[in-house]
Design a protein around this ligand. Structure first.
Ligand SMILES: *Cc1c(COP(=O)(O)O)cnc(C)c1O
Length: 413
C-alpha cells in the first residue's frame, strides 16, 4: 500500500493534512455496461438496416423481453423516465391534485407540475423511507385524482395499504418505480401494481439504455392510449386520435437495453456483494445505520444508503460528506433538501415542511455511497476505514474543523 495516503488516524485524513486516498474520483452511479461486442454488433446491424427509431426490431424485442422479465402484459419503452411519467400521468387522466412523497428525485413532482397538476407532498415512514400511507388520507381533498407513490431505493412501498386507500376514494394509483427495476413485492415483480408503474433506464441507474424509461401496466386500454401518446397520437399514417408528444426510444437505446438485460444478474450480484461488504464493515459503528433490504424479496441493491444520526455519532452527515469528498469519494445527499424545498414548490407551499417532519429529518441524515462496477472490494474497505476513523474521532474532528474555520475567517478579516 502507498504509505503516503494510508489512513490510520485523524491526521492522515485529506481534509486535514493527508493526501487523498483515491487518485480518481469515485462516483455514485457510474454506468454499468454489458457485453461490448454484442452491443456493437447490434449497433452495426442498426446502421446496416438504416432503421434508427419508430418501432424498430430492437425496440420491439426490448419491450417483449421486459414483459417477460416483469411478468407484465404491457411494457412501453420511452426516451426517458420523466417523459414516461408525464405520459402515464396524462393517460391515467390525473388532474387537480395528486399525492406523492416529497422525499424523491425532483422529476416525480415536476412530471405533475409540468402539466399544471398540483403535487401534494406527503411524509414518509422513517424505517422504509417510502410514503406514509396513514398520512395520505388526511391529504385527500375534492380535487384529488390520484396517488403517485415511489419505490425508493428499490424498496417497494406499502402497496397493499396504498391500494386500499386508492380504491376507497376512487383515486388512480401510479408508482414511480425508477429505482425498482428487478425488484419484487410479496413475490411479484414491480411493474404489476396500481394502474401503471414507471421505470427509468437512465445512465446512472444500475440498468440503463443510455437514456430511457418505460411504463408497465396490465391495463390494455391504458397501454394503447400510452402508445398513441408516445408517438404524437398517431394511430395510422394520416390519423391522429389524441394529443401526444414524442416519447419514442431510439433503436440504439433499445440495443443498449437488450444488451444490459443479458447482464442484469451479474450487475445485481455485484451490487449485492458490494452491499454486503459495506454492511459487514460498517456494522458496529455507533450512530450509523445502513439501509437494509428485505431478503425475502428480489432486490437490485443499487443504492448503499447510510443514515447518520448526529446525536449518536457526534458527526454531522455534511461533515462526513466533506471528509469523504476530500478523499475523492463523491458520496451524495439524495434527496436533499426534499422536493418541497426546491423551486417552484418552495414558493408555492412555503409551510409544507410543517407536515413533513420525517422528510425534513431524513434529508439531513442520508448519504449515498459509491457501488456498482465503479468500486473494487479493497476500495470499499478503504472507504469504510475513512468512515470508521471519522466517526470514532468525531470530537477531535469537529474541534479541528472549527479551528480551521476560525483561521480562515481571521485571514479573511
Ligand atoms: C431517475 C429518476 C427519475 C427520472 O428518470 P429519467 O430517466 O432520468 O428521466 C424519476 N424518478 C426517480 C425517483 C428517479 O430516481
Amino acid at each position: 500500500m502507498n504509505e503516503k495516503n494510508a489512513k490510520s488516524n485523524v491526521n492522515s485524513l485529506a481534509i486535514f493534512n493527508g493526501h487523498p486516498k483515491f487518485k480518481e474520483k469515485l462516483h455514485v452511479g457510474r454506468p454499468n455496461i454489458g457485453d461490448r461486442v454484442r452491443l456493437l454488433n447490434r449497433i452495426n446491424d442498426i446502421l446496416d438496416r438504416r432503421w434508427l427509431t419508430n418501432n424498430g426490431i430492437y425496440l420491439e424485442e426490448f419491450e417483449q423481453r421486459l414483459c417477460e422479465q416483469l411478468g407484465v402484459k404491457h411494457c412501453i419503452v420511452m426516451c426517458n423516465g420523466t417523459v414516461a411519467l408525464e405520459i402515464a400521468i396524462r393517460a391515467a387522466d390525473l388532474k387537480g391534485e395528486v399525492i406523492l412523497p416529497s422525499f424523491t428525485f425532483i422529476a416525480t413532482a415536476h412530471a405533475l407540475q409540468w402539466q399544471e397538476i398540483t403535487p401534494v407532498f406527503c411524509d414518509i415512514d422513517p424505517q422504509s423511507h417510502t410514503i406514509n400511507p396513514w398520512q395520505i388520507e388526511s391529504l385527500i381533498t375534492p380535487r384529488t385524482t390520484g396517488i403517485l407513490a415511489v419505490h425508493l431505493w428499490g424498496n417497494a412501498c406499502d402497496i397493499e395499504s396504498i391500494s386500499k386507500i386508492a380504491r376507497k376514494h376512487h383515486l388512480k394509483l401510479l408508482f414511480d418505480a425508477a429505482h425498482a427495476f428487478g425488484c419484487s413485492y410479496k413475490g411479484q415483480m414491480i411493474g404489476n401494481f396500481g394502474d401503471a408503474e414507471v421505470f427509468s433506464f437512465h445512465a446512472t441507474k444500475f440498468f440503463n439504455s443510455f437514456e430511457g424509461g418505460a411504463v408497465a401496466t396490465n391495463n390494455d386500454e391504458l397501454a394503447s392510449k400510452i402508445r398513441l401518446m408516445r408517438n404524437f397520437g398517431f394511430s395510422g399514417y394520416d390519423q391522429v386520435d389524441y394529443i401526444g408528444t414524442n416519447g419514442k426510444m431510439s433503436e440504439i437505446s433499445a440495443a443498449m437495453g437488450l444488451t444490459g438485460l443479458e447482464s442484469l444478474e451479474s450487475f445485481i450480484q455485484l451490487n449485492r456483494k458490494n452491499y454486503n461488504q459495506y454492511a459487514d464493515e460498517l456494522s458496529d459503528i455507533k450512530g450509523l445505520r445502513l439501509f437494509s433490504y428485505k431478503t425475502s424479496e428480489k432486490c437490485n441493491y443499487q443504492y448503499v444508503i447510510l443514515e447518520i444520526d448526529e446525536e449518536l455519532s457526534g458527526l454531522s452527515r455534511d461533515t462526513l460528506m466533506s471528509i469523504l469528498w476530500a478523499e475523492n469519494v463523491l458520496a451524495r445527499r439524495y434527496f436533499y433538501p426534499g422536493s418541497h424545498r426546491m423551486e417552484p414548490y418552495r414558493s408555492y407551499f412555503p409551510h409544507a415542511g410543517l407536515l413533513l417532519g420525517e422528510t425534513e429529518k431524513l434529508s439531513q441524515r442520508i448519504l449515498v455511497l459509491p457501488t456498482g462496477a465503479s468500486v473494487t472490494s479493497p476500495e470499499i474497505s478503504e472507504i469504510c476505514q475513512v468512515i470508521r476513523i471519522s466517526l470514532s474521532n468525531s470530537r477531535e474532528i469537529n474541534q479541528r474543523l472549527r479551528e480551521k474555520e476560525s483561521k480562515v475567517s481571521l485571514v479573511g478579516s
